[in-house]
Design a protein around this ligand. Structure first.
Ligand SMILES: *Cc1c(COP(=O)(O)O)cnc(C)c1O
Length: 360
């Protein structure tokens, strides 16, 4: 065998390993509480009459539906293949490879760094404080340095801590980086904490971008549909680098149904159910002396388990998957469980009890 494929691969790509998504880590299992998906699989209808035609790059009905849901102008909305593509578009549009950097605040969502790495963009880490708030001193220093980041990624509710960033802090950061750096607010879980959205601040900060998705509260992780919300000027830049047909016709149809009045009502009902289940699940964990970590702003709970590897293995052996988050800073021995339906949540608690009873 020749080594030429290895030889011609980009130097920085040689160093990469594929993202360990929840789905890639464990392909088996019957109960999936590892990827913050919704337990609900809702029904949609499909009109196949135009599937022989290319779709619009940004289907106007879909953009209009999301703009109205988010209380914005259509010109402030970009549809993408999941919020993940929004992250990638921002990096591709604003960061010169091998030159620019982004700032992330771990523990947080992994894709900001992964995406930057795949475009040879440096990642500067400014860890959250022990309360999972922003380290304003460190960010102030960066804002006054010569090596300004192009993008600063914030996530609220944060994955995997479920915590919300204090509004005063975010405002301070938006002001600190005004005219310098785009502050990206990832609101993938905002429907679980709707009062915390920054959408109404888009009119006040031209360096704010908000990322949204239909993958979590809208129960549509399978269709890959997300949105970037920003000034018209920023959206126009992102449109320069997006693929010609990022949103397939079936995706646009399903997303529009999810954003219809009936679809929105269903989403709100399901979010209310999951928020109640989250409360129950947290109480069950605490009653068993598990320390819950962070907060419950999203659709998952982070908790500490002293024998986390053995607990994980026991759950995997029984077909129930959760996610190990212990490699992230401050999250030693932390596991993340997605809030499922009552049957799944009860099963998870029962398996923890079984595990503990075996090991006393
Ligand atoms: C799940 C998730 C995303 C990705 O959403 P997709 O729309 O499925 O790509 C983005 N950000 C955070 C914080 C997430 O947890």
């Amino acid at each position: 065998m020749t080594d030429f494929i290895q030889d011609i691969t980009c130097d920085f790509v040689k160093e990469l390993t594929p993202y360990e998504s929840a789905r890639r880590l464990f392909s088996g299992g019957r109960y999936w509480l590892n990827a913050n998906e919704s337990p609900f699989a809702n029904d949609f209808s499909l009109d196949t009459s135009l599937l022989n035609r290319y779709p619009d790059c940004q289907p106007s009905e879909l953009i209009g539906a999301y703009a109205s849901y988010a209380n914005l102008e259509p010109s402030q909305v970009l549809a993408s293949r999941g919020a993940d593509e929004g992250i990638e578009l921002l990096i591709r549009a604003f960061c010169n490879p091998g030159q620019d950097n982004i700032v992330i605040c771990p523990p947080t969502y992994g894709m900001y760094a992964i995406s930057a790495n795949t475009f040879n963009v440096a990642v500067n880490k400014v860890p959250l404080t022990s309360e999972f708030t922003l380290d304003i001193d460190a960010l102030t220093e960066i804002a006054h340095s010569k090596d300004l980041p192009k993008l600063l990624f914030l996530c609220s509710p944060n994955n995997p801590t479920g915590t919300l960033l204090p509004k005063a802090q975010v405002k301070q950061v938006l002001e600190l980086f005004a005219g310098k750096t785009i502050v990206v607010m990832d609101e993938a879980y905002i429907e679980f904490s709707p009062k915390e959205s920054w959408q109404s601040e888009l009119q006040n900060f031209d360096n704010l971008v908000i990322l949204r998705t239909l993958s979590k509260a809208f129960a549509l992780a399978g269709i890959r549909c997300g949105f970037a919300l920003a000034s018209e000027q920023i959206i126009k830049v992102l449109l320069k680098v997006i693929a010609p047909y990022p949103v397939s016709a079936p995706v646009a149809q399903i997303a529009q149904q999810a954003l219809s009045p009936d679809g929105l009502n269903l989403m709100l009902e399901q979010v209310a159910y999951l928020n109640a289940e989250k409360q129950w699940l947290g109480e069950q964990l605490q009653a068993r002396n598990y320390e819950t970590v962070g907060a419950d702003g999203a659709n998952f709970i982070l908790f500490r388990a002293q024998q986390k590897d053995a607990v994980m293995q026991y759950l995997v052996d029984q077909g129930l998957l959760i996610r190990d988050q212990s490699k992230q800073v401050q999250l030693q021995n932390c596991l993340r469980v997605t809030v499922g339906n009552r049957e799944q949540n009860q099963l998870f608690i029962n398996l923890l009890d079984e595990y503990n009873n075996r090991n006393v």
